[in-house]
Design a protein around this ligand. Structure first.
Ligand SMILES: *Cc1c(COP(=O)(O)O)cnc(C)c1O
Length: 234
């Protein structure tokens, strides 16, 4: 498992997917999903030129981020509970996975107390799975203006985690759905939304073909996560 080799291969695959889609390579940000991996792994990644990292547990991020190189920039990609919002606002430069008005209000309130404005992505449950977090599309569209009116959040786009599919191509309709939904949101808001966060180790090329601007890649970069370091949900 050689990080530099993995990174090189992923960068090439990102470039090839961009070329197929007629997109600029720099239109896609690689978010290295470092959950469960130690600060040494992040240091290695930073040394290889990776800048953006994703974490999904507040407790883990709070312990780990101070031990990592200051150059590293962090996005929260997990499910946020209201009692963790204050920490999230301090630790992260973007919060992905916002899926209710209540949590968005809490983020805005805590950001105001910290003298910040917080960029967020709204998470959509694109397949309507009962077991998944994320907005139902209809509710998102209904609440969008109210979300957008919150003073200290900035809606930067949408994110989704489609159902697990052993065949990457099966994710394509969900990525298309998320892209279409972004267009609907842009119509309601009257402004363009820059980001679509979609695509993981198994399907990021398809996501890029469908317009992803942020791909969240863990396993294909860092290797398998150890189940022994799994933690209870934050
Ligand atoms: C863990 C995780 C990823 C990365 O998954 P891999 O399959 O390891 O690339 C991406 N997005 C979210 C929200 C995650 O929790």
């Amino acid at each position: 498992m050689d990080f530099a080799e993995n990174l090189n291969s992923i960068r090439q695959r990102i470039a090839a997917a961009c070329a197929r889609a007629g997109r600029e390579e720099n239109s896609v940000t690689l978010l290295a999903v470092s959950k469960t991996h130690p600060p040494e792994s992040i240091k290695l990644a930073v040394d290889c030129g990776v800048l953006h990292f994703g974490e999904n547990k507040i407790q883990e991020a709070k312990a780990k981020i101070p031990l990592c190189p200051g150059k590293a920039r962090w996005q929260f990609i997990g499910h946020l509970q209201s009692n963790k919002v204050r920490d999230a606002v301090e630790l992260f430069e973007m919060i992905q996975g916002v899926d209710s008005l209540a949590i968005a209000k809490e983020i805005s309130k805590r950001a105001e107390q910290s003298g910040k404005t917080m960029p967020i992505l709204l998470e959509v449950n694109v397949a309507g799975e009962a077991s998944k977090f994320g907005y139902q599309p209809e509710l998102l569209l209904a609440e969008l203006n109210e979300l957008n009116a919150l003073p200290k959040i900035e809606i930067h786009g949408l994110m989704a985690i489609p159902p697990f599919a052993p065949v990457a191509e099966k994710s394509r309709p969900y990525f298309q759905r998320l892209r279409e939904l972004k267009v609907e949101c842009e119509k309601i808001l009257g402004v363009p939304l820059p980001h679509l966060s979609m695509g993981m180790s198994g399907d990021f090329e398809i996501a890029i073909e469908e317009g992803a601007t942020i791909v969240r890649i863990g396993t294909a970069l860092f290797g398998e996560r150890l189940s022994s370091v799994r933690r209870p949900a934050d």
